[in-house]
Design a binder for this molecule. Structure first.
Ligand SMILES: Cc1cc2nc3c(=O)[nH]c(=O)nc-3n(C[C@H](O)[C@H](O)[C@H](O)COP(=O)(O)OP(=O)(O)OC[C@H]3O[C@@H](n4cnc5c(N)ncnc54)[C@H](O)[C@@H]3O)c2cc1C
Length: 459
């Protein structure tokens, strides 16, 4: 990570372009206004509709048949907050120059005649959105905030597989999931499990095929992932683990069974839920990327290898958190909370402390939360009833075995532990726990803390 602090701007930018009109983009614009930015804001968003919430697309696939607009959830109206909103437009190139950043913006299928569509450009003609259009020499340069999110991965050769990422995807999936339909969900991750439960409750015949040995293997590790296995049968879903899919053809899924034999599953609907990739390809290698293709940022969104006028936030980034390491993006809470610190730094103000990594999910009849960063080598301390509501604390035990450093917590139907975990792990903290007290579900988590160690957190 280069010394980004050395290149911090000395004065706030004159104008700002936000690329991406999802949660992170909208929150960035709202924070800019809330923190007193009076300059010009342009937003470029590839989708033709205003920002909406994605988690209900899988969790409430049938209960919410219209997008849950973020403006209706109290996040603000993009068109009220920004000077110029180019929905249905895609940033297709970025050039960092000495006094700011220049973007090339191209219409991305905006409906003809839409008031938001390409006001200064004929369809198909590039529109240049200079981040500092009016900056004279010596004036503060413009800035750009990249909030382009992530897109579902569909491996080559998976013809006929559908995905769930946008409101349009949800509408298509909803229409296809009629009672009795044979549904194969590839991937027992967060979204795969959520959709499998919804489809089974709808009366579909659902099979989840997972290459790893357990569900949620990549997210939680084998031990915790295994604990979610019984939920599938209980929800009427067939789960096949250690079965890598080799191809998807219209109407069938080809997989390799545990015993190594090839098998075909007939399917009316195939959902690929095998992960997402940050939307960074359009940058054409302008900045170095992390192994999963994300922009590497610091806790105030400064992009490694980029001028300080380029910031990034949300699903398109991995964040280097002092004392914690590289925290992958991809979760709602980061898109919600990280823009506040990014904007404060961009405007030369002090920002809030960094929230702990936090993921939530409602799947197969259970409410889950993961707080902090799980570590494969961590020991588990269980609080609660393993057959009912429980929390697993992931700790690095001390030699005496009586105390341990808290790294993460995973809650199942035990919301009362979520808030305390988020507080204890905020700002890169690594508290030391009394493990006997921590294992007692009747003892409040904060009462098991011996040292609220913030030494490892950011200075
Ligand atoms: C079905 C589903 C369920 C989910 N459930 C949960 C959950 O339970 N818990 C949780 O923590 N997270 C969940 N998530 C993840 C969560 O929704 C994301 O972390 C969050 O939406 C990230 O916001 P974002 O603004 O960074 O990205 P996005 O919401 O993806 O928004 C990015 C926007 O940028 C646009 N864009 C991309 N490229 C360009 C470009 N070149 N020019 C202009 N615009 C561009 C995209 O079209 C998109 O509209 C879920 C996601 C999905 C899809």
């Amino acid at each position: 990570m280069p010394d980004l602090a050395a290149s911090a701007p000395t004065e706030p930018p004159a104008s700002i372009v936000v690329v991406g009109a999802g949660l992170a983009g909208l929150r960035t614009v709202a924070e800019l206004r809330a923190q007193g930015f009076v300059g010009s804001i342009t937003v470029v968003g590839a989708e033709t509709v205003p920002p909406y919430d994605r988690p209900p697309l899988s969790k409430e696939l049938f209960a919410k048949t219209e997008p849950v607009w973020l403006s209706g959830e109290g996040f603000g109206e993009l068109t009220d907050l920004a000077d110029r909103v180019l929905l249905g437009h895609r940033a297709s190139a970025l050039h960092a120059v000495d006094d700011g950043v220049t973007l090339t913006v191209t219409p991305a299928g905006a409906p003809a005649g839409s008031p938001d569509a390409a006001p200064d450009a004929a369809p198909g003609e590039p529109l240049s959105a200079d981040a500092a259009p009016d900056a004279a020499p010596g004036e503060a340069p413009g800035a750009v905030v990249l909030a382009t999110g992530a897109a579902p991965v569909v491996p080559a050769g998976w013809d006929g597989a559908t995905v769930l990422h946008t409101a349009d995807d949800a509408a298509r999936l909803r229409a296809a999931l009629s009672p009795g339909a044979r549904v194969v969900v590839i991937g027992a991750g967060w979204i795969g499990a959520e959709v499998a439960g919804q489809a089974a409750a709808r009366g579909c015949d659902v099979t989840v095929v997972e290459a790893a040995p357990t569900p949620l293997y990549r997210q939680l590790g084998a031990t915790l992932g295994e604990r979610t296995r019984p939920w599938y049968a209980a929800a009427g879903v067939t789960l096949r683990t250690s079965c890598p899919v080799t191809a998807v053809r219209p109407g069938e899924v080809h997989l390799t069974r545990r015993d190594g034999a090839a098998e075909r599953l007939a399917a009316d609907v195939v959902l690929a839920a095998v992960g997402v990739r940050p939307v960074t390809g359009w940058l054409g290698g302008a900045f170095p990327l992390t192994p999963r293709g994300a922009l590497r940022v610091d806790p105030v969104g400064r992009v490694a290898g980029a001028p300080a006028s380029v910031r990034a936030v949300g699903d398109c980034v991995d964040m280097e958190v002092p004392g914690v390491g590289l925290v992958p993006g991809g979760h709602w809470d980061a898109a919600l909370t990280h823009p506040a610190a990014l904007v404060a730094d961009l405007l030369g103000q002090a920002g809030p402390p960094l929230a702990a990594p936090y993921v939530f999910s409602t799947q197969l009849g259970h409410d889950l939360a993961l707080v902090g960063m799980p570590d494969d080598d961590a020991s588990l301390v269980l609080r609660g009833d393993p057959g009912g509501a429980w929390t697993a604390l992931l700790v690095e035990p001390a030699k005496d075995g009586a105390t341990g450093v808290l790294l993460a917590g995973f809650t199942v139907d035990r919301p009362r532990d979520v808030g305390p975990l988020r507080k204890l792990l905020a700002d890169g903290a690594r508290p030391v726990l009394d493990l006997t007290r921590a294992a007692d579900p009747a003892v409040q988590l904060r009462r098991a803390v011996l040292t609220a160690d913030r030494a490892a957190g950011p200075a």
